[in-house]
Design a protein around this ligand. Structure first.
Ligand code: C5P
Length: 305
């Protein structure tokens, strides 16, 4: 059986870091949104195992196309981690998977591209193998694969707390256009978290204000509250982030912010032609610039209890 799924990128429209946990992870309070920029995952699933990765655990999982030449095609690839986590949890054996990833989401960008791919594998396997796992199990499985995976399984508009696995559904993001721009450099997520001193965070996002604006379908109210505390802890000399924000705002964005642990910056527009113009303007300097739109909850079958 062959099945393909879309793995939508995520943006953080607000991101607050509340505290450091004893296990080294950070307690977050973040509003996440799926956007139309997406990877495509295809899984060919056959019964009978071969000799690929995971063969010893009773299933054979191979990455036939990782989507980028610099991405690994072994256990280090999050799609393999997700498949193995699924098989370990369900105890299902005797299958051979060939996974192909068509990558459109920039890598190491703060857009949850890897998490979206891992989440998509969990959704696809739940469907192909008819396991009909419940919501909490999907979340638990997802969080063993990566902190952003639980959100990426369900998508839409959500408040994420804890590591990101405590999820509450919010009113959908009002319809708008989102210009996404990734500068050439990358940040390491663990390194950036290490720079955070929670006691030194002076300004925090107005999370409640955004939630109210979402309920009122008020895009201006959302856009003017975009805020990410990571921006106060960036290494020096990364002025592209400010530069991109100014370019977006100069080109009529209602608001602009860095997403996740960066370095990608997004701008929110209520007018498509303005968004297109901003996109064209930024593309002159930053190849990885995209026009996208918010995407609602992902449609797939799981047990709600
Ligand atoms: O869970 P994930 O592998 O995506 O996290 C990558 C790294 O980011 C972790 O190893 C940790 O250093 C940091 N992190 C954190 N707090 C979170 C999420 C991630 O400190 N809530």
């Amino acid at each position: 059986m062959i099945e393909t799924g879309l793995a939508y990128a995520k943006i953080n429209i607000s991101l607050d870091i509340i505290s450091k946990m004893d296990n080294g992870y950070h307690n977050l309070k973040t509003i996440m949104q799926s956007v139309s920029l997406c990877d495509e995952i295809t899984i060919e699933c056959n019964s009978g195992t071969g000799s690929g990765i995971g063969g010893s655990s009773g299933n054979d999982v191979r990455v036939v196309d990782a989507g980028r030449s610099f991405l690994p095609n072994d256990e280090r690839n999050i799609v393999v981690k997700a498949a193995k986590a699924f098989f370990t949890y369900t105890g299902i054996t005797g299958y051979s998977l060939k996974i192909s990833v068509k990558k459109n989401i920039p890598v190491c960008a703060g857009l949850g591209g890897g998490s979206a791919d891992g989440a998509c594998v969990l959704r696809l396997l739940n469907n192909i193998l008819g396991t009909n796992l419940d919501r909490d199990t999907m979340i638990k499985l997802g969080s063993t694969v990566g902190s952003d995976v639980p959100f990426c399984i369900f998508g839409g508009t959500m408040l994420g707390e804890g590591r990101g696995e405590i999820l509450s559904e919010l009113s959908p993001m009002p319809s708008c256009y989102i210009v996404i721009c990734k500068p050439l450099f990358n940040f390491s997520t663990p390194e950036l978290f290490k720079r955070i001193n929670c006691k030194k965070i002076k300004i925090r996002p107005d999370t409640d204000g955004i939630i109210t604006a979402l309920s009122g379908n008020n895009i201006q109210g959302v856009a003017r509250r975009l805020y990410n505390v990571f921006e106060d802890f960036l290494p020096r000399g990364k002025s592209d982030i400010e530069e991109i924000k100014y370019k977006l705002l100069d080109n009529d964005a209602l608001g602009a912010v860095m997403t996740g642990s960066g370095p990608t910056v997004l701008g929110v527009f209520d007018d498509k032609s303005q968004a297109l113009r901003a996109c064209d303007e930024l593309k002159k300097d930053y190849e990885e610039t995209y026009l996208s739109e918010p995407v609602g909850k992902i449609n797939f079958t799981y047990r709600s209890i």
